[in-house]
Ligand binder design. Structure first.
Ligand code: IMP
Length: 187
């Protein structure tokens, strides 16, 4: 099994973070820039599984996709699976206007790996936290408004985001599984 894995996405920020995280496990990640069909579903797992199959059918190489949602408690989990659409339409400023006094939220990541047609492995994680009162720091996506539990700074302001993020926790599960599988199957 090769240790070269592709990350299929249209989002270079997600790829760069994933590359840096997996490098820590000795895995080499390559960017496969593409736009994948986003099936309409409440479950990130189903969306990620669908995208992984589509990506594999495009490149026929071991490939990862990631689907992420930001779930805000006072909005009954919105934007959740619609996070990408909401970011592109309302943006952080628009979303902040909807959040009331209960600011608790969680980021959820689902990593889907496809190394052979029809065989998809899923790895997920949640990071609990809260929505800041205003945007703090820059970086990308919802980073300026999400404060992970146990911190007073937003993801944007935390230099070691890649050591605590939803992406890190899901990719760590993937890397442990992948390295273990490779050891038992051999090079
Ligand atoms: P998707 O998985 O690319 O569909 O992500 C959904 C939305 O969440 C997009 O608008 C992303 O920019 C945003 N997003 C995903 N991961 C992160 C993150 O680590 N920080 C901030 N925003 C994120």
């Amino acid at each position: 099994m090769s240790s070269r894995i592709y990350f299929a996405s249209s989002n270079r920020h997600k790829f760069e973070e994933a590359k840096s995280i997996l490098a820590g496990f000795g895995l080499d990640l390559k960017f496969y820039r593409c736009s994948l069909e986003e099936v309409q579903d409440e479950r990130l797992e189903k969306i990620a599984r669908h995208k992984a199959r589509e990506a594999y059918s495009m490149i026929s190489k071991p490939v990862i996709v990631e689907d992420v949602g930001l779930f805000i408690s006072s909005l009954k989990g919105f934007p959740g699976p619609y996070s990408s659409y909401v970011f592109d339409t309302l943006g952080n400023k628009g979303l902040l206007k909807l959040v009331s006094r209960d600011r608790t939220a969680r980021f959820r990541s689902v990593i889907a790996y496809c190394g052979a047609r029809d065989r998809v492995m899923l790895f997920s994680s949640n990071v609990r936290g809260r929505i800041a009162g205003r945007e703090k720091g820059s970086r990308w996506g919802y980073d300026p408004i999400f404060i992970p539990e146990g911190h007073s700074l937003t993801y944007s302001q935390i230099p070691d985001k890649n050591l605590i993020s939803h992406r890190y926790l899901a990719l760590r599960k993937f890397a442990n599984w992948y390295l273990h599988t490779r050891k038992s199957v051999g090079p």
